[in-house]
Write a protein that binds this ligand. Structure first.
Ligand code: SF4
Ligand code: SF4
Length: 391
């Protein structure tokens, strides 16, 4: 029998015990991008500069900056699940070398990177649990980023597994709830090095397998970090994916050949070519076409965005473009063979290439100059002061 409540006078019922529950915590709405940036100490002025840079990245005119600022201010964090398959981690290295603090914030703080094989702290079962949680919580809304190619459905699934799950099974399972897929790097976009002849693992690209979701290819070996963040920023800003070229690459970044923006182009136009890496022409900065430069057929933004915080880029460092952003670039001939040099007949072909270079260069140069002029008109400079007055 229960003893009476110690403070209860005899004959009186003890008051019923009440559970002292704390008020239920209401789920907090996800902070907007603008709120997160302010919390991280990004000033209004810094934010506007970021919006102007984003407009430039997307090849949009300054008149679009207010719309970008308004959209980013209120944008919510999309969930990003990042799967790494047959790759060398160069693409992730490239992303984490993204130097502009606002862009880094955008990727690593603002975007909810819910699952990333390389960057996440969780391992083993906890990591797989994080992937399932992120998928369940954001069904139909998360962006799936993939780097690396993967053994196709006809290959031995054991060639590449994570947590005992084949790459193929993990991709097909994760893609079901994705809003879109971004294939980062040439391996994910086109198969890359693992797919190079004789392709021992039966590697295929993401777009070979995913047919019912939008796939955007951000190719490059590795891709430019600003291009990775630019694509995600565009999704954040407009809630839709960018316009793509025939290889599903964003036109804003892959719309022009390296050759169209190369600062060595005037030498190509005049038929002045370096013949070796240490000759007079190389020292004078002449065109690297005869040393194997693939710039005329490679589409990427290296010439304008450059690498390592805009410090330099391969051609500026004296190396020819290898065409790393193009399909099958590993199997497309020697890195240091000129584009039109058939094996065994270099002398004759080089002469032809030189003559053609001078003639075609003059016509292409005029076209290129027109393009640059048009692009210049569309992308007039805008200052942070002007933006602050407009907004
Ligand atoms: S061939 Fe290469 S080095 Fe020469 S102008 Fe074109 S991109 Fe530049
Ligand atoms: S310059 Fe050419 S090879 Fe080098 S990163 Fe750019 S596209 Fe790739």
């Amino acid at each position: 029998m229960a003893s009476p409540h110690p403070e209860s006078p005899a004959g009186r019922l003890a008051p019923p015990l009440r559970l002292q529950s704390k008020p239920l915590r209401q789920p907090q709405p996800e902070p907007s991008l603008g709120e997160i940036l302010r919390r991280n100490g990004v000033s209004r002025r810094g934010f506007l500069k970021f919006c102007a840079a984003t407009a430039t990245l997307m090849a949009l005119p300054p008149s679009m900056v207010p719309a970008i600022a308004a959209a980013l201010e209120t944008a919510r964090r999309p969930s990003v699940i990042w799967l790494s398959f047959q790759e060398c981690t160069g693409c992730t290295e490239s992303l984490t070398r993204s130097v502009s603090p606002t862009v880094e914030n955008l990727i690593l703080d603002t975007i909810s990177l819910d699952y990333h094989h390389t960057l996440q702290a969780a391992a083993g079962e906890a990591a797989e649990h994080a992937r399932e949680e992120a998928m369940n919580a954001n069904q139909g809304q998360y962006i799936l980023v993939v780097d690396g190619s993967l053994p196709g459905p006809d290959a031995n699934p054991g060639y590449s597994t994570i947590a005992g799950i084949s790459n193929y099974e993990m991709l097909m399972d994760t893609v079901k709830g994705a809003a879109a897929v971004v294939a980062v790097g040439t391996c994910a976009a086109f198969g890359g090095l693992p797919k190079a002849d004789p392709n021992p693992s039966g590697a295929v690209a993401v777009q070979d397998l995913v047919k019912d979701k939008p796939v955007i290819n951000v190719s490059g070996c590795p891709p430019l970090p600003m291009v990775i963040t630019g694509v995600l920023a565009q999704f954040l800003t407009f809630g839709k994916l960018p316009e793509l070229d025939e290889y599903r690459r964003p036109l804003a970044f892959f719309g022009q050949a390296i050759h169209d923006r190369c600062y060595r182009r005037p030498f190509y136009d005049k038929g002045l070519f370096a013949e070796s890496f240490d000759d007079k022409g190389a020292k004078a900065g002449w065109c690297l076409y005869r040393l194997g430069c693939k710039g005329p057929m490679a589409y990427n933004a290296c010439a304008t965005m450059k690498w390592n915080s805009g410090a330099s880029w391969p051609i500026e460092s004296g190396a020819p473009c290898l065409g790393c952003s193009e399909p099958n670039f590993w199997d497309a001939g020697g890195f240091y063979d000129a584009l039109s040099v058939p094996p065994g007949r270099p002398g004759e072909a080089l002469l032809t290439a030189g003559a053609l270079g001078a003639a075609l260069g003059a016509a292409a140069g005029a076209l290129g100059r027109r393009k640059v002029k048009t692009a210049g008109l569309a992308h007039q400079a805008v200052t942070a002061d002007q933006l602050e007055q407009q907004l």
